[in-house]
Design a protein around this ligand. Structure first.
Ligand code: F6P
Length: 562
């Protein structure tokens, strides 16, 4: 009898889920056949693996030939996609249905990057109109700042520094994009990001800046996030303390307001903070925080790299949207990436996933992806409110190559755990150094790592290369570590847009395949509520009794207060 696949726990079949259950069972059975296969053998048996297991969309080549799959695996995975009705869910998302059912919200981030001149906009005219209006306002503001026409009260000095105060989706996406597009940085304007309410984040930055020429973007969808509001208050006090005492009343308030704009979907809260309505850049609740860099949350990006480059980023994402919507399933990059993840997590037994951009400019990409993926699919309850029978999101981690090679790659090579990896390579350097071979070395290392992980080194090969018998056990590499390589021609706003939209859509497909809601994040709420309850205990508020707390928290509080 075939051994039962350990990573898949199927419930008794119900009629409602029968097609998906059947597809999962077929995959589980197939996984038992594949498990003993080594990538060496799979490559030897299938010489056209690269041609058969690589796809292109826009400027991205996806090579997934080093995944532990066969044509049969793909066929069965696509059967699962059909059974889960990925196409139907995609249609529902595009149509603006409230697919985020626990918050009764649509997920229309694609509308933010739809070209404004399309003869037949895919979204309702009022949405297209609103997106256009927001973009125009962002453009006007960027023009005012870049041209030096936005200055502080009673001064003609240019703004030299912009500080984005935000966290999670109001920080990670823009921070990553601004870092990635360093080659496009506007002259004479520095853009900084502060997210942590630990004053060690904002205070040292303020110590270096001049309040007369500093502008803050308070970026918060809800305008209720503790970290962002704490930092915004600190920034406000810093600006205020720099103003002359002679400036009072409304003049003083106006002078402070020159240094603040807000990006939010909560307009009353932004107004209550003292930011005038004309300096608030709105976005709707149908833009999820981790999908929001395309909205006015991208103001910091537009300021950093210029509005035309922000538009190129949007246009790049739209290229991927079109591909995602129209490409047939077997050629669909986001769907393929999602299916490979399902395969690795649920059938190969991977519990984590490494992301390795061989590009220093993309060094923040793994951190951005951690929120995008883990906040979206790190769930164990399905859309019907029932416990999942499949494991969902793996732990995502990673760093830029080659740095990772000199720290954790050892574990990938010889640690004995299946850890699928994504390698991202740029054909051309974004900061080329003529006369030096840095970029060729970088590419050679990226290619070498994925090959070494896949094929390893046998004892015979080690012996043949002169390794003595005593060191053989240490110098053999099991290989068979699956990876996907994404190759971009170069890193530009347009290709970055494609890359980010590719991963957004991958996450959406994964959520459908795992049958979870990708757009809520209830799991982060409990800790926030508990922190609120604990604060009075730390402040010795007599109305709050610590003796109702658990022994560990009580002990730690006591030690903190000693
Ligand atoms: O706590 C999680 C979260 O809600 C994220 O989903 C979100 O991106 C982040 O906080 C910041 O939220 P906001 O933009 O409302 O300040």
């Amino acid at each position: 009898m075939r051994p039962r696949c350990l990573t898949v726990m199927l419930t008794p079949m119900t009629t409602e889920h029968a097609p998906a259950d059947l597809a999962l069972r077929a995959l589980a059975a197939h996984a038992e056949d594949i498990k003993p296969e080594h990538l060496r053998a799979l490559f030897a048996e299938h010489p056209s693996r690269f041609e058969d297991f690589s796809l292109v969309a826009g400027d991205i080549l996806l090579d997934f030939s080093k995944q532990r799959i066969t044509p049969e695996t793909l066929k069965l995975l696509h059967a699962l996609a059909k059974a889960r009705d990925v196409e139907g869910w995609r249609r529902r998302m595009c149509a603006g249905e409230a697919i985020n059912h626990t918050e009764n919200r649509a997920a229309l981030h694609m509308a933010l990057r739809e070209p404004l001149n399309l003869p037949h906009a895919a979204h309702a005219p009022e949405i297209t109109r609103e997106v256009a209006q927001n973009l125009t306002r962002m453009w006007e503001f960027c023009t005012a700042v870049h041209s030096g026409n936005w200055h502080s009260h009673g001064s003609k000095a240019h703004m030299t520094d912009v500080v984005n105060l935000g966290i999670g989706g109001s920080d990670l996406g823009p921070r990553m994009a601004v870092r990635a597009l360093a080659a496009y940085q506007q002259p004479d304007l520095r853009v900084h990001f502060v997210s942590n309410m630990d004053s060690a984040d904002l205070a040292p930055l303020l110590a270096r800046l001049n309040p007369r020429s500093t502008l803050f973007i308070v970026a918060s969808k809800t305008f209720g996030t503790l970290e962002t509001l704490s930092n915004a208050r600190m920034a406000r006090d810093w600006i205020e303390s720099s103003l002359p005492a002679s400036l009072t009343g409304k003049n003083r308030e106006d002078a402070i307001a020159r240094h603040f704009v807000a990006v939010s979907s909560n307009l009353p809260a932004a107004a209550a903070f003292g930011i005038p309505a004309e300096q608030v850049f709105a976005f709707r609740d149908w833009v999820g925080g981790r999908f929001s860099l395309w909205s006015s949350v991208g103001l910091s990006i537009a300021l950093a790299v210029g509005f035309h480059n922000f538009e190129a980023l949007l246009a790049g994402a739209h290229v991927m949207d079109e591909h995602f919507i129209h490409a047939p399933a077997p050629q669909n990059l986001p769907l393929t990436l999602a299916l490979l993840d399902i395969w690795n997590v649920n059938f190969i037994g991977a519990a984590s996933h490494g992301i390795f951009p061989y590009s220093q400019s993309l060094e923040l990409f793994p951190a951005y992806l951690q929120q995008l993926e883990m906040e979206s699919t790190g769930k164990s309850v399905d859309r019907q409110g029932k416990p999942l029978t499949l494991k969902s999101c793996p732990i995502l981690w990673g760093s830029s190559g080659t740095n990772g090679q000199h720290s954790f790659f050892q574990l990938l090579h010889q640690g004995g755990q299946p850890i699928p990896c994504d390698f991202i390579l740029l054909k051309h350097a974004d900061f080329p150094l003529p006369g030096y071979e840095n970029h060729a070395h970088l590419l050679a290392n990226g290619l070498a790592q994925s090959a070494a992980l896949a094929f390893g080194q046998t004892a015979e090969e080690a012996r043949a290369s002169g390794i003595g018998e005593d060191l053989l056990p240490y110098r053999t590499f099991p290989g068979n570590q699956p990876s996907t390589t994404l190759l971009l021609e170069r890193l530009t706003p347009h290709t970055l847009g494609q890359l980010l939209a590719l991963f957004e859509h991958k996450v959406f497909c994964q959520s459908v395949l795992w049958n979870v809601n990708a757009f809520d994040q209830w799991g982060v709420e409990l800790g926030k509520q508990m922190a609120k309850r604990l604060l009075p205990c730390l402040n010795n508020d007599p109305a709050h009794r610590a003796d109702t707390l658990d022994a560990s928290t009580r002990g730690l509080l006591a030690a903190l207060k000693k």
